[in-house]
Design a protein around this ligand. Structure first.
Ligand SMILES: Cc1cc2nc3c(=O)[nH]c(=O)nc-3n(C[C@H](O)[C@H](O)[C@H](O)COP(=O)(O)OP(=O)(O)OC[C@H]3O[C@@H](n4cnc5c(N)ncnc54)[C@H](O)[C@@H]3O)c2cc1C
Length: 417
């Protein structure tokens, strides 16, 4: 990471809060359109979610067509489904055209159904998506799962053959290098404490001094907090946890994950796992808890889930355990938009590697008044709930109890049946 300043310039055209994938992509877009750009991060850039994620690359719709229609209506839902592949193509093309060395591979992704009922729901979704958009996914019956994963834990799955994978930190490093080369000012360890004024004449109060800016973009996703209360009430921080195994023999990895796919599951544990980009470890993530847990407890819980999927890993050592915050909206869909003249792109709900750079680009064009900023992800406004006043999301502690005491047991019972 280059040595970045901790004090911003006093004046800029566009100030961006957050230097993860969203903020850097927005910055590159606006700079290339001729704007002076300052990106300010409260910590070391990338140490939000953008270097901590699982590197699974896809921009698929993660909720059912019915859930989407209930939240957004039929027209906006269709527009969202149709735009998702554009988001994927944008970020994929960006990586390839800019030659970002981030171990990008088109591995495909399999979503694994833990029960027959979950598989039937998947099959219905696949049929509905094809009917509405023409987008084709492959339903994988249990007997063909062994092309992708060798485990008795699943009843089948759906294969997204155009999904991929990357090494998250290398991707962030690549975006940072381009932003700096283009002349973006990136400031670290400099929390933005308040934004005052109006479009065309904002003042950002930061730990490193004031910035006068014509436009502002909030790119803080799961790290959005007070005083940005309007946004903090609409995107809540849900922790996600990952462990890495020690280096394993290639024969073992080939045996367990022959397809080297990105793998996720339908259980509410929401496990996601893959082989590391260098092909030597299993990287295993999921919902070890809905509240922040220490790395040892999280590792124990994830390890138990991993061994439930692959009993052969019983004696394998866990060498790394970490967590980061995903930014969830109540609709579980990302949004780009504007509130009181301030722009935002966030709410990737756990799937932002391809989507965050895309919506960062859209937010930049919106801030510059360029029509290329139009997007189905801006058609609606993220909603809030009375039980989330914007501080620490206390309702997640109740969710944790519910999942641990009820859902996990119910799903284990269902899987046996
Ligand atoms: C453990 C984990 C695993 C994941 N796995 C995947 C995956 O496999 N595939 C996938 O698609 N997605 C995954 N995600 C989600 C993905 O990482 C995020 O959606 C994406 O990185 C969001 O990028 P961002 O730039 O919007 O936010 P972030 O990278 O989180 O950056 C936000 C930044 O805003 C800064 N900030 C906040 N408030 C302020 C302030 N007041 N002043 C200044 N700066 C501020 C923060 O310091 C932070 O650096 C995962 C996330 C986590 C945590």
């Amino acid at each position: 990471m280059p040595d970045l300043p901790e004090k911003p310039s006093a004046r800029t055209d566009l100030a961006i809060i957050g230097a993860g994938y969203t903020g850097l992509s927005a910055a590159i877009t606006a700079r290339r359109a001729g704007a002076r750009v300052t990106v300010v991060d409260a910590i070391i850039p990338g140490q939000g979610a953008s270097t901590r994620n699982g590197g699974m690359f896809g921009a698929h719709t993660r909720i059912s067509v019915d859930a989407m229609t209930a939240s957004f209506g039929a027209e906006a839902s269709l527009a969202l489904m149709n735009e998702a592949p554009e988001a994927y193509d944008f970020t994929r093309r960006f990586i390839l055209d800019e030659n970002i060395a981030c171990d990008f591979q088109e591995t495909g992704r399999i979503v694994l159904a833990s029960t027959k009922k979950a598989q039937a729901t998947q099959a219905a979704f696949v049929a509905e998506l094809k009917r509405l958009t023409g987008y084709e996914l492959q339903v994988v019956p249990r007997e063909n799962l062994h092309d992708h994963i060798v485990s008795d834990a699943y009843a089948g799955g759906v294969f997204y053959d155009d999904h991929g994978a990357l090494q998250p930190r290398k991707f962030h490093d690549g975006l940072m290098e381009i932003a700096l080369r283009e002349g973006v000012e990136v400031v670290q360890n400099c929390p933005v404490q308040a934004v005052e004024g109006r479009k065309g004449a904002f003042t950002l109060r930061t730990a490193g001094g004031e910035i006068a800016a014509q436009n502002v973009i909030h790119a803080s996703n799961g790290y959005t907090r007070k005083p940005f209360n309007w946004l903090a009430r609409r995107v809540f921080p849900l922790p996600s946890f990952i462990i890495a195994t020690e280096q394993l023999p290639t024969e073992l990895i080939d045996r367990l994950a022959p397809g080297r796919r990105m793998m996720v599951e339908t259980r509410s544990k929401h496990s996601y796992f893959r082989v590391s980009p260098d092909g030597t470890r299993i990287i295993f993530g999921g919902r070890a808890g809905m509240v922040p847990l220490g790395p040892d407890l999280a590792a124990r819980r994830l390890r138990a889930t991993m061994v439930g999927i692959w009993p052969e890993l019983e004696d394998v050592k866990i060498t790394h355990s970490w967590r980061g915050y995903t930014g969830f909206t109540f609709e579980q869909m990302p949004h780009v938009g504007e509130n009181e003249g301030q722009h935002f792109a966030l709410g990737y709900s756990g799937s932002g590697v391809a989507m965050a750079p895309y919506l960062g680009m859209k937010a930049a064009y919106c801030a510059l008044g360029d029509d290329r900023g139009q997007s189905a992800y801006g058609l609606t406004t993220p909603t809030t709930r009375f039980y989330h006043p914007g501080g620490h999301p206390l309702f997640l502690a109740a969710g944790e109890m519910w999942y641990r005491q009820v859902m996990d047991r119910f799903e284990a019972w269902q899987a046996k049946g």
